[in-house]
Write a protein that binds this ligand. Structure first.
Ligand code: SAM
Length: 305
């Protein structure tokens, strides 16, 4: 292994990493509203990059201009990411230093970049990250809901059918033992509709939070239950960017669901094997015996399809 950077002097702080951007791909987190939330390392990386890959060059050039940085910007978004992979990987092979940013927050988190990172890893090239703002984690820390375990689900499908199916799958996972704070991104004009869907699927009394305009002038966190937040969202529609959170089910909720109930619920939305695996973990039982019971239940309850 090559020698690492020098260690911290005894009793002191770790030494700074070497200046400049190393060759390879560097994921650089940018602010989620307040443009001052850009770290010194992020600034150095953006200054040192041969090119900055970004979702929207107008958004990123505004950010760079504010910090007096002029950089070559190349668009990378959902529609061209796949096609750009061979060229970008070839450039990285030749020693390029590329930075990847999204319009806001941490790249890849409900934003483009996953396919590029996979391709770079598959090519045996370096990927680095400079951490920073992320709306989901900031909302979680402000919500007053249990911080872990948490499950980040990004955007639910906008269409009613697929959204209901996803929420039914989530409910089945809870019945099988999942107990986590759930985090969703949402567009403000759909916040009330999504709160209503969550209240229907998870129950109106579930503790919940709505965090909006984080790091911005009108930052606000509403805390309550899914029902009270829905009421509030109808009376006073939240404007700006929104994160929705729902706490874990009450402690006794999955304790009361029998193994058979949990299996039947999980089997409604996933394969027999997956349902058995999920329920086995939730109930702390051996997967083999739960799978055997799932086979029996499937034989007794043939599916309509
Ligand atoms: N990559 C970003 C991150 O790390 O948070 C998320 C990008 S995703 C396309 C945009 C969604 O993130 C918004 O619809 C909203 O749900 C959430 N979001 C982004 N900025 C926010 C903010 N300042 N306050 C609340 N939610 C925010």
């Amino acid at each position: 292994m090559p020698p690492g950077p020098p260690l911290a002097p005894a009793g002191g702080l770790p030494t700074d990493p070497p200046p400049g951007l190393p060759p390879g791909l560097t994921l650089v987190a940018t602010p989620i509203g307040n443009l001052d939330d850009l770290s010194a390392r992020a600034l150095a990386a953006l200054r040192g990059a041969d090119a900055v890959l970004c979702e929207d060059t107008r958004v990123t050039s505004k950010l760079l201009a504010r910090h007096g940085i002029s950089a070559t910007l190349w668009p990378l978004h959902d529609h061209n990411e796949e096609a750009r992979l061979p060229d970008l990987v070839a450039r990285l092979h030749n020693g390029a230093r590329l930075a990847l940013v999204s319009d806001a927050g941490t790249p890849l988190v409900s934003d483009p970049g996953y396919r590029l990172v996979r391709a770079v890893i598959a090519a045996g090239l370096a990927v680095h990250a400079i951490p920073g703002a992320n709306a989901a984690v900031m909302a979680l820390t402000l919500s007053g809901l249990p911080p872990h375990p948490f499950l980040f689900l990004g955007f639910l499908p906008a269409r009613t059918g697929p959204r209901q199916a996803e929420l039914a799958r989530l409910k089945a996972m809870e019945q099988a033992g999942l107990s986590a704070t759930l985090i969703f991104y949402e567009a403000p004009h759909r916040a009330a509709e999504t709160l209503a869907a969550l209240a229907t699927a998870l129950g109106p009394d579930r503790p919940a939070a709505l965090a909006r305009e984080l790091t911005k002038r009108f930052e606000e966190v509403r805390r309550g239950t899914l029902a009270t937040l829905l009421e509030g969202a109808l009376a006073d529609p939240p404007r700006g960017e929104v994160v929705l959170l729902a706490g874990p089910p009450p402690a006794d909720a999955h304790g009361t669901a029998s193994l058979d109930e949990a299996l039947l619920a999980a089997m409604g939305s996933m394969s027999l094997r997956d349902a058995a695996a999920v329920v086995a973990v939730g109930h702390g039982l051996p997967r083999k015996s739960v799978y055997a019971r799932a086979l029996e239940l499937a034989a007794q309850n043939p599916r309509a399809d």
